[in-house]
Design a protein around this ligand. Structure first.
Ligand code: ADP
Ligand code: GN1
Ligand code: MG
Length: 361
């Protein structure tokens, strides 16, 4: 079905003047829909990746629950400009949150956040601090909701035991014949099985709280205004019950890396301690009042777990023959895996400093 036909299912203010592919996410297909309505809204149309997300109904309900709560908080606090400060779903003409097209694909529409900036990596410590403050505020405000009110959109998403089992399965099956090229990476991953399970074990023992977490706190999932103040947290598909470590970890992994997520030159990759400090300070400023002592004292562990778990996931997808992530070239997943494992190793070497920074933040 054409995108023009899809968008016709939604309650939007016509007429559309243009519709074009938008953004650089790895998962969904996104389109910017511009309308010719004086002062009225534009829209963001997304095809949700149904290979990655099996429970679209649950996922869309999660987004509705969370955005309704966040909008209520903005209203209670008398914030102006609410439509730029939260995602809001545009419902269909039959008041549904999404449509399923003739090919079985799922589509949804959000308000388009006008006049925003987005960063793939934090260009300076101010952006790292502000992005972190936004993600922390997000977790803080959602801590008022019961975590069981949202469903797992990807079961075991950040469960390292599950991710390591998946890697072993891929190695056994070796469908693309690539295992021989990644012996070193497999050896490193296997040697860290225990040390990378600390957070998982704390959760299983009930020492850290199950919370509603974002689970994809890359800096490009915060939209900023022209003055570089945070506007809005986006990309809400992976909201699920989880641990605060997941959001802190993914944040520092992306914000405080001197290289890029898929840097082919491993010499570029390391933890930038100034950026790490800026992210930690912004994040902890927003969340410290809701965390318990164990959560606070173990947060830095996430700076190891997150590049590690991402390394494991990229490596698994490389071995599986690139079935999950969008790739731009043949060995892209391998390059990503190596980059993330390099960041893990750098975090291990600097762990005392990473821990002290969090303690003092
Ligand atoms: P993915 O899961 O593929 O990363 P996202 O939901 O993060 O998809 O969206 C991809 C890109 O689209 C974002 O990086 C951002 O630039 C843009 N975007 C997403 N939602 C909005 C919105 N409501 N308003 C404006 N831009 C948006
Ligand atoms: C994916 O949707 P996007 O591109 O923001 C992935 C994250 C990874 C990230 C790595 C549902 O996020 O878990 O951290 O790529 N999302 C899903 O860049 O798997
Ligand atoms: Mg995104």
């Amino acid at each position: 079905m054409s995108v023009e036909k899809i968008i016709d299912n939604f309650q939007i203010k016509w007429p559309i003047t243009s519709m074009e592919p938008y953004g650089g996410g790895h998962i969904n297909d996104t389109y910017y829909v511009q309308c010719q309505n004086e002062g009225g809204p534009d829209y963001l149309l997304q095809k949700v990746n149904s290979y990655v997300f099996k429970d679209i109904e649950g996922l869309m309900n999660n987004i509705e629950i969370v955005t309704t709560h966040l909008i209520k908080k903005l209203e209670e606090n008398g914030i102006q400009d609410i439509e730029r400060r939260s995602l809001k779903l545009v419902t269909t003409k039959n008041e549904k949150l999404y449509v399923k097209d003739d090919d079985g694909e799922f589509w949804r529409v959000f308000n388009f956040i006008e006049d925003h900036k987005v960063y793939d990596g934090a260009p300076n410590t101010e952006i790292a601090f502000e992005g972190a403050r936004m993600f922390g505020k997000f977790l803080n405000e959602l801590s008022e909701l019961d975590p069981t009110s949202v469903v797992d959109t990807i079961p075991n998403f950040h469960n390292i035991t599950f991710r390591l089992e998946n890697l072993e399965k891929a190695i056994d099956e070796n469908p693309a014949g690539r295992v021989k090229q990644v012996k070193e990476e497999i050896k490193y991953v296997r040697s860290r099985r225990e040390t990378m399970s600390v957070i998982q074990h704390l959760g299983e023992k009930g020492l850290i709280r199950s919370r509603i977490v974002h689970n994809d706190t890359k800096i490009n999932n915060v939209l900023f205004d022209q003055q570089n103040k945070g506007l809005c947290v986006i990309d809400l598909d992976t909201i699920m019950p989880g641990y605060v470590h997941y959001d802190f970890g993914d944040g520092v992994r992306t914000c405080a890396n001197t290289g890029s997520e898929d840097d082919a030159d491993l010499n570029n990759i390391s933890y930038d301690l100034e950026m790490y400090k800026a992210f930690s300070t912004g994040y902890i400023e927003s969340v410290h009042s809701v965390l318990n002592d164990t959560e606070r004292s173990t947060l830095a562990q996430a700076a190891l777990l997150f590049p590690f778990i991402m390394g494991v996931r990229f490596l698994t997808d490389y071995i599986a023959g690139d079935v999950y992530y969008k790739i731009n070239y043949e060995d892209h997943n391998l390059v990503r895996a190596r980059a993330q494992l390099k960041l893990t190793a750098d975090g291990e070497a600097k762990f005392n400093e990473l821990e002290n920074i969090v303690k003092n933040a």
